[in-house]
Design a protein around this ligand. Structure first.
Ligand code: FAD
Length: 243
């Protein structure tokens, strides 16, 4: 089933990344933090390729408002139209799907979220939900990988989570913040090493972002840190080409 929604507002959350908020008008939509939905312009909208899948980056407790965030990749007619859309523009939102969610049981207690760039979106939903519920049984550790602070989506929110201890946050900046100097790979490995030390071997590791970044995390975790496959859950943002 599709749910009607109206665009409320959109605003940048880092260089070239837009967050878009919608108000659901059709009752009955529900989702678990971390899930994704198909977002479509209505059938009469003059665009051939009308739909994209996005992770919901707002929390279920914020319904009937839902938000997404996306990198405005050049050449995407869908994203051009999205960026030009004004408040009041109607959209259709499909049922939320996916297993990239927090476990039902509070075991293991520590969750490690590894976000490559825009891959922070499902984690923002999970962290906002856990912040809202206050009594979350989980300890959340978040590692974000971006080129620079300006490129880091939801930077000020990450800082606030860190400050109020909702999540322990390690930002890896691959083209900023010397010393220590190091290649992109070295910086990512250093960040992973710190976060895995803090997390312990009982933790569950969540990987999210464009496929190239998720693959890179995955290979490092298995190859360098000898993490066992069942501890890893991945969400690949298919549709993003290799970067
Ligand atoms: C589970 C999931 C969650 C996602 N969450 C996010 C998110 O939170 N933020 C975000 O920015 N992106 C997310 N994506 C990726 C998103 O769906 C787009 O693929 C991506 O943003 C690139 O869009 P584009 O318009 O730049 O692609 P374009 O380069 O314009 O698209 C190129 C071609 O690929 C096709 N295409 C686009 N997306 C997909 C797809 N997902 N699967 C198959 N074909 C596709 C298009 O129809 C087009 O023909 C997610 C994808 C998945 C599968």
């Amino acid at each position: 089933m599709d749910y009607s929604a109206r665009l409320l507002r959109s605003f940048p959350v880092s260089t070239g990344t837009l967050c878009v908020e919608f108000e659901l008008l059709t009752p009955g939509f529900s989702f678990r933090a971390g899930q994704a939905s198909l977002f479509s312009f209505p059938p009469e909208f003059p665009l051939a390729d009308k739909s994209r899948i996005f992770s919901l980056c707002s929390a279920p407790s914020e319904l009937p408002t839902v938000s997404i965030a996306t990198r405005l990749t050049s050449g995407s007619l869908f994203k051009e139209a999205l960026a030009k859309s004004r408040p009041g523009q109607m959209f259709l939102i499909g049922e939320a799907t996916g297993e990239f969610v927090i476990p039902e049981e509070a075991r293991p207690k520590t969750l490690v979220f590894l976000a490559g760039g825009i891959g922070i979106t499902p984690f923002r939903s999970m962290i906002r939900e856990s912040r809202y519920r206050k009594n979350s049984p989980f300890r959340i550790l978040l590692l974000t990988v971006n080129r620079s602070r300006a490129d880091t989506p939801f930077l000020s929110e990450c800082e606030a989570w860190m400050k109020e201890r909702t999540a322990l946050w390690i930002p890896v900046l691959t083209q900023e913040g010397l010393p220590p100097a190091g290649s992109r790979q070295e910086r990512i490995e250093e960040g992973l090493s710190r976060i895995l030390d803090m997390a312990g071997v009982e933790s569950l590791l969540y990987l999210s972002g464009p496929p190239a970044m998720v693959d890179a995390f995955h290979q490092i975790l298995l190859g360098q840190f000898l993490v066992e496959e069942p501890r890893i859950k991945s969400e690949m943002f298919y549709g993003y080409l290799a970067h």
